[in-house]
Design a protein around this ligand. Structure first.
Ligand code: COI
Length: 382
């Protein structure tokens, strides 16, 4: 086995393997203040019948505030606008981190989520990088439990749908000095969602930008923070302008190696069966779906390499026919085949193979409870 094959658990994967207390034990840490004016059953059913991604929100949101050196006011409150000082530090300096995690309805009506401690641990890793206070991991999971239990009727049951949960925290202290805030607000909002891409499980096209980078050495690339996504928006617009769905970034030092997409990790399948994904260099987000796919494929006997993937070599391999498939993955989009790779200097078709739909199927079968979960990834909320 070579040095870069996946043999050891990263700290996040290690954290994710520590069991979370059962939901009944965590429930109630964020007491419910019911929304006096929830949407009607009919309105909710209408929303659930025509799902897109991240446009409709449930009746409640979880909340806590960090002030005087501790987290307090844990609650689930009616969903609604947030009152914020125009001087709130986040509006000026972007001190914010977030997560993405889903609640899935199983056929028997029960509701589950996927590796919540992974997201809890990553949230805190991001918080440390952004000089934000950490949130106790069990409280992170408790906030999901209490919110989903309050809004259980918002968890859709259509195939491929879920309640997308967006935990986030930000510097709410009103001051213009450039220093870490002492007052920080934490929220979780919930959005019943269908497929992230309008086309569903159809190949996406990727624009490789050579003009912009998502992150640099020592920067915030490994953190899930708004600034990384803000930096991806102009190149993402470039991708649209070039008739592509997503943008892919190269490393900022050599400008030759593939890092990740605007909001997803990338995998390359060679025709010899080897699977490669860009190794974690500190500028790449350690995606939960990326981590699960590595575990899944390794357990099936595939060789998965976290590797340096050089763009010029990849394009040469595509031209030589030694690439079987390329796919992207993330919580929101799950697993998506890549059908085209394009930049200023090339425009290449990517073969569509069988492994990508297989991985998508295996992962979603576990998430939706259609098969046994051999990895202990699923966590029952109610
Ligand atoms: C996710 O996949 O959950 C993400 O956070 C990516 C994107 C929607 C921002």
């Amino acid at each position: 086995m070579s040095d870069n094959e996946s043999t050891t658990l990263t700290p996040l994967a290690q954290a994710a393997s520590i069991p979370v207390p059962p939901a009944d034990e965590l429930a109630g840490r964020f007491p419910l203040h019911p929304n006096p004016t929830p949407v009607t059953d009919q309105q909710r059913e209408e929303h659930l019948a025509s799902l897109s991604f991240g446009t409709v929100f449930s009746d409640h949101m979880a909340y806590a505030r960090f002030t005087d050196g501790q987290w307090q006011s844990h609650s689930v409150v009616p969903y609604g606008p947030i009152a914020l000082s125009p001087a709130a530090s986040v509006l000026h300096y972007g001190q914010e981190v977030f997560e993405g995690i889903k609640a899935y309805r199983h056929e028997d009506g029960s509701i589950w989520t996927f590796r919540p401690r992974y997201n809890a641990a990553r949230f805190n890793a991001s918080a440390r990088r952004l000089a934000l206070p950490e949130l106790c991991e069990d409280d992170f999971v408790a906030s999901l439990v209490d919110l989903v239990r309050a809004d259980a009727q918002w968890v859709p049951s259509a195939p491929g749908s879920s309640l997308y949960l967006r935990p986030f925290m930000f510097a709410s202290e009103a001051f213009l000095g450039v220093k870490p805030a002492h007052t920080v607000d934490y929220y979780v909002i919930a959005s019943p969602s269908g497929a992230y891409f309008k086309g569903g499980f159809t190949p996406v096209s990727i624009w490789v930008t050579t003009d912009y980078h998502r992150a640099g050495r020592g920067g915030t690339g490994a953190a899930k923070t708004s600034g990384n996504y803000a930096a991806s928006l102009l190149p993402q617009q470039q991708a649209y302008d070039n008739d592509c769905d997503q943008v892919c970034f190269l490393d900022d030092v050599t400008q030759t190696t593939i890092e990740e997409l605007g909001g997803m990790n990338l995998f390359v399948v060679d025709t010899d069966g080897t699977i490669r994904t860009p190794r974690l260099t500190g500028t790449i987000l350690e995606g939960g779906t990326r981590s699960a796919i590595i575990t899944l494929l390794t357990s099936k006997g595939y060789t998965v390499k976290e590797d340096t993937i050089i763009l010029s070599e990849l394009t040469a391999q595509l031209q030589a026919g030694t690439i079987a498939e390329i796919f992207a993955c993330g919580t929101a989009a799950v697993v998506t085949p890549v059908g085209r790779l394009k930049s200023e200097t090339f425009d290449l078709e990517v073969p569509v193979g069988e492994l990508t739909p297989q991985i998508h199927r295996t992962l979603t079968d576990i998430q939706y409870g259609r098969v046994e979960d051999p990895f202990g990834w699923m966590y029952k909320i109610c």
